[in-house]
Write a protein that binds this ligand. Structure first.
Ligand SMILES: NC(=O)c1ccc[n+]([C@@H]2O[C@H](COP(=O)([O-])OP(=O)(O)OC[C@H]3O[C@@H](n4cnc5c(N)ncnc54)[C@H](O)[C@@H]3O)[C@@H](O)[C@H]2O)c1
Ligand SMILES: [Zn+2]
Length: 257
């Protein structure tokens, strides 16, 4: 049976203690890895998908899972860009305490890597260096012809007059596509393998802010062989039974230690 925690102070104490004990710190005994999802960024004002106030509960012309599909991108490119600019790019979002604490833990030698399903770049904005972005990033938008890379701001500016405008490369006129893994597309093999290696080598795995239902990302937990598995999530997940410690509270508060 997992130890179940709902009290924020207790959660903070337990997390602090676990990173001290299992992080690669002074004694170098182990390694800690964080594996997160959209719930890590809700406190930064970016809605997740499956919470009650998540994107799946908002009304759009098409369901979000359709608009985030490869087929939709190919067949409804203007509508895709309208949604991408309005709902995926979050230019004003700033890292919250979970992001900054993870960056501090890494700098202190207590955290090996962050594996994230998020595409918002907030871990890097907080200062994390080793971040595996399983689903890519809105901060990279790539010309499909010549490989030129454009920022999220460039995509927004390009759509300032018409949010449905399909951006084309300034250098070669080729189509620019977000470096984001859409439904129906494969994850980067290199990123996936690096994430598997990090999780397989970890002694402490802290999973947070993810419903653990989106595969293949959710399957990464099967590679964990270490001592302690912790889940920090507001709602239950299908993998709660795997956890040694189950923390259900706001993750930005839990990491404010
Ligand atoms: N910020 C982003 O980049 C972003 C935002 C939305 C969706 N996505 C994408 O959508 C997919 C959705 O899968 P997912 O599992 O990451 O998200 P999800 O929406 O399926 O699940 C989010 C989970 O986080 C929990 N949660 C939300 N806010 C929390 C908080 N403050 N504290 C603790 N728990 C909290 C919820 O209970 C929920 O179980 C991902 O693949 C991701 O690429 C990314
Ligand atoms: Zn180009």
């Amino acid at each position: 049976m997992a130890q179940a925690i709902t009290d924020v102070r207790e959660a903070q104490d337990i997390l602090r203690d676990l990173f001290d004990r299992y992080g690669a710190g002074g004694s170098g005994r182990g390694r800690a890895v964080f594996f997160g999802g959209a719930g890590v960024s809700t406190a930064s004002g970016i809605p997740d998908f499956r919470s009650v106030d998540g994107l799946y509960h908002q009304r759009f012309a098409y369901p979000p899972e359709v608009m985030l599909g490869h087929d939709f991108y190919m067949t409804h490119t203007p509508e895709f860009y309208e949604f991408y600019r309005a709902k995926m790019i979050a230019p004003d979002a700033r890292p919250n305490r979970c992001h900054t604490k993870l960056a501090e833990l890494e700098a202190a030698g207590k955290l090996e890597a962050v594996v994230t399903q998020n595409i918002d770049g907030l871990h890097q904005a907080a200062g994390s260096k080793c971040v595996y972005e399983l689903h890519g990033s809105t901060h990279r938008n790539i010309c499909q012809r010549c490989g030129a890379v454009y920022s999220a701001e460039w995509v927004l500016a390009d759509g300032a007059d018409d949010p449905r405008h399909v951006p084309v490369c300034e250098k070669c006129g080729g189509p620019v596509k977000p470096d984001v893994v859409l439904y129906g597309e494969n994850l980067s093999q290199r990123t996936l393998e690096a994430s598997v290696r990090a999780i397989a080598a970890a002694d402490l795995l802290v999973i947070g802010g993810t419903s653990l239902v989106v595969y293949p990302a959710a399957g990464l937990t099967q590679y964990f062989r270490g001592s302690r598995l912790v889940i920090v999530n507001r709602d239950p997940t299908p993998q709660d039974a795997m956890a040694d410690v189950l923390i259900s509270c706001d993750i930005a508060q839990a990491f404010d230690f």
